[in-house]
Design a binder for this molecule. Structure first.
Ligand SMILES: [Cu+2]
Length: 312
């Protein structure tokens, strides 16, 4: 009776496992990173499932077959069996090692350094830190993401576009290098749908490389507990088709040069300042009126940005 129940439990478990694997939709790959990570996951599952089935099968067969054996004797040495399981295990581990190495050694997963150890300088970043990896491709796009409590500042160092907040705009089908850093303490840049994750350390840059296939909007999270505002430290990654991205960058640049850009209810202003750094945040609620104003200004004799949102 007990054995029957175990059999039922076991076959139920295996059926669930098989269902989980089969039911997993073969979703369209969103990025190279995601493709590599889930490709490895699938490869390893193809190895793990037969092993699980084999081991559990032998286990339950043995339990059932010897259920009435009141006088068990230990197994005698079986050299052939020992050699078989040693060799089989070695082959499996070799496969797992090689498959993982292929993915971890890729610039998209192991860091841009892995495939591009050159020391080409990344210029025009907002902080004077080491660690940023320069692209090896001519058409690559570079984005600087500076984490701070509790928002993401996004700059485009090669385009002289800076001060975007919480929205990372990148083109599809082009290599993108994201230089991640922090101004206060630990944060982590995490976009699970794109297979992107990188720590944001104060004092250094970490570069992640990606190439996204699917234009769209993806959620960006902070994946390192950083304080009371951590759960609100969200952003989005807008992936635009290549030509739309070029147009967008062009718009940002010209609005920056014009010194101002206005939309109803939203105001963005860029000013030029001498040698100063200023941060101001003001929130006010009065009667039926809510006003949020955030101003960030960083200037090395270059520029200052102010963003103001008002709803009334
Ligand atoms: Cu955080």
């Amino acid at each position: 009776m007990r054995v029957t129940r175990r059999w039922l439990g076991a076959s139920g478990g295996l059926a669930l496992l098989a269902l989980a694997v089969l039911a997993e939709p073969v979703a369209a790959q969103t990025s190279v990173n995601e493709e590599l990570i889930f490709g490895l996951n699938r490869k390893l599952l193809y190895v793990a499932i037969p092993i699980t089935v084999l081991v559990e099968g032998i286990l339950f067969y043995t339990v059932y077959k010897y259920r009435n054996n009141d006088d068990p004797s230990p197994t005698q040495e079986n050299r052939r069996l020992e050699i078989t399981w040693t060799v089989a295990t070695a082959i499996i581990l070799l496969f797992v090692g090689l498959a993982s190495y292929q993915v971890l050694g890729s610039a998209f997963i192991g860091g841009a350094t892995a495939a591009n150890p050159g020391d080409a300088e990344v210029t025009n970043l907002s902080e004077d830190y080491d660690g940023a990896q320069a692209p090896s491709e001519a058409d690559a796009v570079e984005v600087e993401v500076v984490a701070a409590k509790y928002f993401w500042e996004v700059n485009y160092p090669q385009e002289n576009v800076s001060g975007e907040q919480d929205t990372v705009v990148i083109p599809a089908d082009r290599p993108v290098y994201i230089h991640v850093t922090s101004t206060d303490w630990l944060h982590a840049f995490h976009a699970p749908d794109l297979g992107l994750k990188q720590d944001a350390f104060p004092g250094e840059y970490n570069t992640i490389k990606t190439e996204v296939y699917e234009p769209g909007t993806y959620q960006l999270y902070c994946a390192e507990y950083c304080g009371v505002g951590h759960s609100q430290m969200l952003g989005t990654i807008e992936v635009l088709p290549g030509d739309e991205y070029d147009q967008w960058i062009e718009d940002q640049r010209s609005s920056g040069e014009a010194g101002g850009n206005e939309t109803a209810g939203n105001e963005t202003a860029n000013a030029t300042a001498g040698n100063e750094t200023a941060n101001a945040t003001a929130n006010g609620t009065a009667g039926n009126e809510t006003t949020n104003a955030t101003a960030n200004a960083t200037a090395n004799g270059t520029d200052a940005n102010a963003t103001a949102n008002g709803t009334s």
